[in-house]
Design a protein around this ligand. Structure first.
Ligand SMILES: *Cc1c(COP(=O)(O)O)cnc(C)c1O
Ligand SMILES: [Zn+2]
Length: 439
């Protein structure tokens, strides 16, 4: 590695080299989640907005000098920048859509939707799992494992299949069928755990050292946030290319929005995206960090509760959690320290939305901008609707909604959000009858 990485405990601030600890702060055990620290001066010798403007790579790998992996290992796995040799090469650089009809409906002037349903395995988790498979190879592990509510596992097994890497998966037996199908099709060894996601997580945590597997677990492996931060880089780079200097901000090469709305379960996505903005501010690529809003489902909202009560991550304890939005059900969010800081340090907020608000958001987002989101992903939009309603977000604010997973991940969830089709005989008169009734 040529970028002089360090690791810093999010609880005590102690710094370590990457050889001193593999996952967490030795003083704080499994709670001692680490931040990855870079030498920005060193990184900026090889990457800048100017070099990026010339770079044909359309994936997270365009940010290689700011990722915690050996560039040589990555290049060997993905082939040529312009011609992806397998899906690992195609992670990231998802579209950021302007959404004028949705904006108008909400009374906003500037709204964008970033569609991570377009990732190789159809969720945001590919950004983290991409780093996990490279680390597995780099560190010489034969097997990589993860616990997951579904998408992190689908991402890991899919990207492992892309490079022929054995993997073992722990998911709760309630995971949606499409996600379990992905795991099996990609050839993972799959354990459906008769318990909650939190229980599957704890089981994976003890299984990994018992069998000598590399552990990708969210909020435990420090490198996962680093993959997730690439969404922040992309947002600011894409907004600058979109010529979005309206609003009068052009002091920095890339454009940060005013608000980013993110659905939150474990808190790794929100913590990772916050990290991405912090990197860019330190590098002088943006002139401010947006306010970050975390959106949770009302039945699984320990971070909203901690936010309202002013608790720190280490004050939180396991609570019962349920929602239709399975990807954001977490009774003890594993990345809770980073997750709370993301909202606190940016003037953001935590917001909860009910399952019925989440379900209503699915067709609204789909019909308002053409993005079909799974329930967890639609929760971000539902949170924006609420924040506009309470006046938290103003009409001239520039807002990005992070759509984190494809609606095809959970068809049963989507069907709860819409009516029934018109079942008819193959007869034109029947079509007339229905069309007349619709008028
Ligand atoms: C995992 C996931 C989330 C939440 O991410 P956390 O890091 O657990 O907070 C949101 N949406 C989708 C689709 C996910 O898969
Ligand atoms: Zn510590």
């Amino acid at each position: 590695m040529d970028h002089d990485l360090g690791l810093k405990c999010t609880i005590c601030g102690e710094e370590y080299t990457v050889d001193q600890t593999e996952y967490v702060c030795p003083k704080h055990g499994d709670d001692g989640i680490l931040d990855v620290i870079y030498d920005y001066e060193l990184a900026s010798r090889t990457i800048s907005p100017q070099t990026l403007a010339q770079d044909p790579t359309r994936s997270i790998w365009r940010y290689l000098p700011l990722l915690p992996v050996d560039p040589g290992a990555v290049r060997a796995l993905i082939g040529h920048a312009r011609y992806p040799s397998n899906p690992l090469a195609a992670v990231g650089w998802t579209p950021l859509y302007a959404a004028p009809r949705l904006a108008e409906k909400l009374g906003l002037q500037h709204l964008w939707v970033k569609d991570d349903g377009r990732q190789p395995t159809a969720s945001f988790k590919d950004r983290a799992s991409a780093i996990a498979v490279v680390k597995t190879r780099e560190l010489g592990y034969e097997v990589v494992t993860t616990a997951s509510s579904g998408n992190a596992a689908a991402a890991l097994s899919g990207l492992c299949a892309a490079i022929d890497q054995p993997n073992v998966i722990f998911v709760p037996k309630t995971a949606p069928q499409a996600k379990v199908a992905q795991l099996l099709v990609f050839g993972a060894t799959v354990f459906l755990v008769d318990g909650t996601y939190d229980e599957a997580f704890d089981l994976c945590l003890v299984a990994a050292p018992a069998f000598g597997w590399y552990n990708r677990n969210t909020g435990y492996n420090p490198y996962m946030s680093e993959g997730k931060k690439t969404a922040a880089y992309e947002i600011c780079e894409q907004l600058s290319v979109a010529g979005s200097t309206e609003g009068g901000r052009a002091a920095a090469p890339f454009q940060a929005p005013d608000w980013v709305f993110i659905p939150v379960g474990d808190g790794c996505i929100i913590g990772g995206i916050h990290k991405g903005f912090k990197d860019m501010l330190a590098l002088g690529w943006i002139d401010h960090i947006p306010a970050i809003a975390g959106v949770q489902a009302a039945g699984s909202s320990p971070l909203v509760d901690a936010w309202e009560r002013g608790l720190e991550g280490w004050d939180m304890t396991l609570v019962e959690a349920h929602s239709v939005a399975d990807s954001i059900v977490a009774g003890l969010p594993r990345d809770r320290i980073k997750a709370l800081r993301a909202a606190r340090e940016t003037g953001g907020a935590y917001i909860s939305v009910t399952d019925s608000e989440i379900l209503a958001a699915i067709p609204e987002l789909a019909q308002g901008c053409g993005v079909f989101a799974e329930p967890a992903a639609a929760a971000a939009y539902a949170g924006l609707v609420k924040a506009v309603g309470t006046g938290l977000v103003g009409s001239s604010d520039r807002v990005v909604v992070m759509s984190t997973g494809s609606g095809l991940k959970d068809v049963a969830g989507a069907m709860k959000s819409v009516g029934q089709p018109h079942t008819i005989a193959p007869d034109l008169a029947e079509v007339r009858r229905v069309m007349n009734a619709l008028r």
